[in-house]
Write a protein that binds this ligand. Structure first.
Ligand code: PLP
Length: 377
């Protein structure tokens, strides 16, 4: 198989900086940025005319995004981000007093907060299942299943976790739930997992502004048939009584809809980048990059049974204070002094750099990080 070349030329990223954290906010190719600029110019040329055209344009974009996920367009709604998707799902399910919302110690912090808010409001509890970093699929399913019972209002589970970049066995967990509502946080899944919304969950949400490199904010919510009529957007708008789920979510008052309209352009860029061939090559690249960095830091690579295609954890021998503020200060220092954008994650008292690889990255990026990072530890 031919080795595809890195294509930083398609992005407008500052070439003097090492961009090694696509996973947090993504990065938008020039072409999509240009399309958005055209759409915004069109808006300002005649706002009245523009807003008359929004519904049709959104419908067209929505169909393309649903197609990309291989999901039924009538159960697919556009939303700003995965946080919104999880919140909508929690607002839709029944959470009786005394019930339990089950999640794991890998759950994204803001998603856990959402579960806590809904649990508080309904006199329910949040139950956190501890899943070790090294757990294989059988262990993950067994540990979570052991916490499911007649009191369980919902299971919230990551498809790819943020702090640990680990892939969870969604289909098997849906089976284990046997009718208990399953909310899948697929924030990182589009672009990294084929057909991410096809595992039979009650609600699935995922971001297009991460791996598919669409404009921020663009995300999707896939709702199983039985929930569609009762699933409402968080913002009450003129579409409140629209019986069709996707249309109900389309127009949320006056808003900048250009990211949603331009999102399919990034999918075209990915297709032209030969994404199905490129993604496994990026997996090999990130493996090599992680090995280089671990060697430079003198740490062992964690044994994650099922790592995400394009993200890896490298343990950092961090001797400083362990707090969110200290972590943030360290990232700012790396950004300023080393000209590198990285993210740190903490799990089980361990500190990791979570490295990303996208089409604009090359091995040289990781070599340079491996040279530079030890100098600030
Ligand atoms: C697993 C996971 N869930 C949810 C989110 C939240 O995504 P957003 O900020 O787009 O709502 C993230 C963001 O990184 C994430 O990694």
């Amino acid at each position: 198989m031919t080795e595809l070349s890195p294509r930083p030329d398609l992005w407008s990223l500052d070439p003097t900086v090492l961009h090694l954290n696509h996973g947090s906010y993504g990065a938008v190719p020039r072409r999509t940025q240009e399309l958005q600029a055209l759409l915004r110019a069109e808006t300002e040329a005649n706002p009245m005319l523009w807003f008359r055209s929004v519904a049709d344009r959104l419908a067209a974009s929505r169909r393309e995004l649903a197609d990309y996920l291989h999901t039924d367009p009538s159960g697919f709604a556009l939303i700003p981000n995965a946080s919104a998707g999880v919140t909508v799902a929690l607002a839709t399910i029944q959470i009786p007093a005394g019930s339990r919302i089950v999640l794991t110690n890998h759950t994204y912090g803001a998603v856990r907060y959402a579960a806590e808010r809904f649990a508080r409001a309904n006199q329910a509890d949040v139950v956190v299942v501890d899943v070790p970093l090294e757990a294989d699929d059988d262990t993950v399913v067994a540990l979570i299943k052991a916490e499911l019972d007649e009191r369980t209002a919902a299971l919230i589970v990551d498809q790819i976790s943020s702090a640990t970049a680990m892939v969870f066995p969604i289909r098997r967990l849906v089976e284990a739930c046997d009718g208990i509502p399953v909310i899948v946080d697929g924030a990182h899944a589009p672009g990294l997992i084929d057909e991410p919304a096809a595992d039979g969950a009650d609600f699935w949400t995922g971001n297009f502004h991460k791996w598919p490199s669409s404009l921020r904010p663009t995300a999707g919510l896939v709702v199983a048939d039985k929930w569609r009529s009762g699933t409402l957007p968080l913002i009450v708008s003129w579409s409140e009584y629209d019986e069709r789920l996707p249309e109900r979510f389309d127009m949320q008052g006056t808003y900048d809809y250009t990211p949603w309209m331009a999102a399919p352009e990034s999918l075209k860029v990915l297709a032209e980048l030969d994404w199905p061939v490129r993604r496994p090559q990026l997996s090999a690249l990130i493996d090599e990059g992680a090995r280089l960095l671990a060697k430079a830091l003198g740490t062992e690579l964690p044994d994650v049974a099922h790592p995400a295609a394009t993200m890896r954890l490298v343990e950092v021998p961090f001797t400083g204070e362990r707090s969110p503020d200290a972590g943030e200060a360290f990232k700012v220092r790396v950004s300023r002094e080393l000209k590198a954008e990285i993210t740190l994650t903490g799990f089980d008292e361990r500190v990791f750099v979570r490295l990303s690889a996208h089409a604009y990255n090359s091995l040289r990026d990781y070599e340079l990080l491996a040279e530079r990072l030890p100098t600030v530890l």
